[in-house]
Design a protein around this ligand. Sequence first.
Ligand code: GLC
Length: 731
Amino acid sequence: MDSSKVRYLILSFVWMFPITPIPAQEKDAIPSGQIYQDASQPVEARIDDLLPRLTLEEKINLIGGGAYMQTHAVSRLGIPEFRMTDGPFGVRAGPSRVYACGLALAASWDIDQARKVGVALGRDCRARGINILLAPGMNLYRAPFSGRNFEYFGEDPLLTGELGCAYIQGVQSQGVAATMKHFVANEQEFNRRGLNSEVDERTLRELYLKPFEMAVKKAGVWCAMDSYNPLNGTHTTESDWLNNQVLKGEWEFKGLVMSDWKAAVSTLATANGGLDLEMPSPKFLNSQALQPLINAGQVTQATLDDKVRRIFRVVFSMGWMDRPQLDNSIPKDDPQNDQVALDGAREGIVLLKNSGNILPLNPMNVKKVVVLGPNADPAVAVGGGSAHANYTHAVSVFQGLKDVAGPNVDVIRVPWSILPTGTDIAAPGKTPLASTTYGAEGNPPFPPASIDDIKSADVAVICVGYNGQSARTGPDWEGEDKDRAYDLPPGQVAMIEAVVKLNPHTVVILNAGGSVATAGWIGDVPVLLDAFYPGQAGGTALAEILFGKVNPSGKLPFSWEKRWEDCAAYGNFPTEASKGNDYKEGVFLGYRWFDRKGIEPLFPFGFGLSYTTFAYSNLELQSSPSGDFTATFTVQNNGTVPGAEIAQLYVAPPSTGVPRPMHELKGFVRTALQPGESKQVGITVAREDLGYWDPATKKWTVTPGQYQIEVGSSSRDLGLKGSVTQVEKPN
Ligand code: GLC
């Protein structure tokens, strides 16, 4: 059984038993009516009252995990253990709901939806008595095949930051602390514990630190999780610069910094490097290792106290000592959250190709639909690893099509799937060929039973890509601690090519945490939908989109290249062979790279098709004395069906002392429009957001001059243009 299963079993066992009861004889010893127990007292006063009551041993116990997913209790003082769980899109504490993954949420560009997902997860946590949710992941999409892309929000720091902030606000509004992770420069999974991320400070500041800075300053995130990887030669769990100078100093972060699980590598450097809580257990921050350092003055009492202070600043601010964390009024299987899951799936699906307007299908004209591919059934709702949720129910594409198409449409499942064992589910009586041999020379593209079906079908739906439930070692698994292949899993291209030849009305649906190699098949495929990992309602949403009950509105949160060699990280991304992980591309990641190098992407950042069309007009730019400006413009739905448009605003700076991206995303707004409807929308951009990090002065700098403002429907389709001027010293 693979480790994630074992971990789940342990967690399920832990959750079956309530918080450790305080032994009766100790209850009498618990002081009462003390300031630290008084919810009406200021948080800092409660901490001031608590600290001197703790022994040195108790303080040290508090900064190390008490069990796999919780802190230590201090029963003598009535302090319980505080519980944590994974599951950025499905609480990993027994069976739970599962929502569309980070990349799908990013594809929705819907800040309100991000907040709703946060609220739903917060409620799921309270229904299970959980204090801390170990999410959201806010690393960036640097290469198509990084194993945890699906957990994150794409290649752009602003999009990542805005969605992450809304998610965090949603979670924390329910009395659960969110955790921004993995802090920082953990954009790959290959050798994630040992590979040193080499990133210059300007690139860190403008790209990789930016979402975390927003989470602290805009969302008030209470927890941070340091990453596994060293950063410029120092483990993040030991990095005084990262944790003390930047996070706690410059950004004034008041919460706690925990390690990723078993990411700590030392005692002294870790204690003085700003880590407040070693998880899952105190391998290094324990009494035996720390006491001598404290006695010798190498770790001061003040340093230890600050760690405990930060932990209890979260505890008291969240009210965890003043009310039960378990809220029995919230059902563990909360039907209120089904709508959140369905909305997230509907909005997070991107229609990338629709040649000949094959979609939407008309049930009046379509009588037979065949569904093929390994991801057609059962549902592929979420990727693997610690983000994998153990969902109670999920709708597959096959089931969704049967539900939505109605009784007059024959939906047939052609049994063709890639199993970890490499055998196929072939037609009855046939000896299953190894799936990798279907489509090989001389072998049929898939089980013979199906050929007559995709010829006579009105449309063939092929569900391909990766998944999070097969064996971690399989070629089709995607999740943490492993970067996947760039190509589709074995046999899938052969299937696509075979089916397209048999039926020109072929729809390909992809599940993956990013792009895949398309050379050789994309040109022949008339319809392509990117569903990422759409959560428990993915099959329903996809069927609704195929039959036009929902108009697709998702837009890519990453650039989809024509080939891996076109990507910024090509040659710099760690693979089995490489030694280092040098972010040589600097700030030129994703569309910033394609723009700078004049490379045409296959599908640009911010691109997605709709069943209607939108027109942009009347751009007006209004600057304030401070240098902030507001862009207002009109968006019109000039088609015949309702739809939602994601308008994007990019800014092209004047030339400056350092090379800068041609333009960068500085705002976006999602607008629902009825056929023929127009709306005036506005996007406000702060002057400070126009700056760059000057390596020489180590300061954010806004160059005086003219800034080109571009508004439109993708990074490569910006029809409205204007400019604003920034002066040296605004009022
Ligand atoms: C894992 C992941 C992290 C997760 C933690 C607890 O290794 O890197 O995202 O929250 O450990 O499971």
